[in-house]
Design a binder for this molecule. Structure first.
Ligand SMILES: NC(=O)c1ccc[n+]([C@@H]2O[C@H](COP(=O)([O-])OP(=O)(O)OC[C@H]3O[C@@H](n4cnc5c(N)ncnc54)[C@H](O)[C@@H]3O)[C@@H](O)[C@H]2O)c1
Length: 283
């Protein structure tokens, strides 16, 4: 992994590139969503910034009073929250960036509770589908539009998180592919971005001893680079401060780095990975 100073330079801003365009960015109060919203706005877009954290939106608009930012505080996991976001766009949506997302607690299938499963899917999947469903008629009437869904490396493999987050990000890829196929030829572009670890405020508690025992013994958990070398959502965005605390739900033996999000630490290896299964006995 490169050090921060060796990271690729941020693409230059193109003033006026999005003048006259309206974009919706969810999760705009923090991290990747905030960086996305600021880039769009700095390049001329009117940006509906949506987040459940009203204080983060207030801070953003106060910090950048010259940008055309339209804050909408609310829970996008509800239909009312989605409708409020779309209404704030005022009948024009050139781009939708579904960025808001939450982690699970690294819970494997045998341990995941219904509340975790349902909340992770409500925010990471259902909100993406509802927002997509709500903006498509507007985009189609206008002759096109772009939808970008922030997925995750967890959409491509199983060891980046627990079952709820992993399944939810696989679903995000499915929504993206379905949208791209159904509206090809209609001017609609649908793409997903699958980031690896980025230093943001995302919370990733580690609550499963079973997951710790299995996952922390994998070699990649022993090769975490220093936090200073982690990519930031935007090198030019001063407010994207990395979270460095391990959080109250980390086990006291925590050591190393998590596979996604810097807000927690991975537990120590609790033993070797189980060997290959014994051959089946003939009955
Ligand atoms: N940080 C990483 O390492 C990483 C890696 C891969 C993918 N991602 C994905 O990137 C996206 C952005 O994550 P981030 O790291 O910037 O996290 P973040 O926590 O810094 O920002 C997410 C924002 O979404 C908001 N949000 C959460 N639930 C919401 C809801 N129900 N309604 C409205 N807003 C809500 C939060 O308040 C927060 O401001 C997520 O979808 C996440 O899964 C992050």
């Amino acid at each position: 992994m490169s050090s921060t100073s060796e990271l690729p330079a941020e693409p230059p801003f193109t003033p006026g590139r999005f003048t006259g365009r309206t974009a919706i960015v969810t999760g705009a109060g923090s991290g990747i969503g905030r960086a996305t919203a600021l880039r769009l706005a700095r390049e001329g877009a009117r940006v509906v910034i949506a987040d459940i954290a009203a204080d983060r939106l207030e801070q953003l608009t106060a910090e950048f009073p010259d940008l055309d930012l339209v804050p909408v505080a609310g829970d996008i996991a509800t239909e009312a929250g989605v409708q409020a976001v779309v209404a704030a766009a005022g009948g024009r949506v050139d781009a939708l960036a579904n960025v808001a997302g939450i982690m699970d607690a690294f819970l494997p299938p045998a341990e995941v509770d219904d509340a975790t499963w349902e909340r992770v899917f409500a925010v990471n999947v259902t909100a993406v589908m509802r927002l997509t469903r709500a903006v498509l008629p507007i985009m189609l009437a206008a002759g096109g539009g772009s939808i970008v869904n922030v997925s995750s490396e967890a959409s491509l493999r199983a060891s980046a998180s627990g079952v709820a987050y992993t399944a939810s990000k696989h679903a995000v890829n499915g929504i993206t592919k379905s949208t791209a196929v159904f509206y090809k030829g209609d001017g609609i572009r649908a793409n997903a971005v699958a980031p690896g670890a980025v230093a943001t405020n995302i919370e990733a508690p580690f609550k499963s001893e079973h997951a710790a025992g299995v996952l922390s013994c994998r070699p990649r958990f022993h090769r975490w680079p220093p936090l200073s070398s982690w990519p930031q959502p935007s090198p030019g965005c001063s407010a994207t401060t990395p979270a460095t605390s391990t959080g109250p739900s980390c086990p006291p033996t925590a050591a190393g780095r998590p596979s996604e999000g810097p807000g927690r630490s991975a537990p120590r290896c609790q033993g070797p990975l189980p060997g290959p299964p014994a051959p089946a006995r003939r009955l």
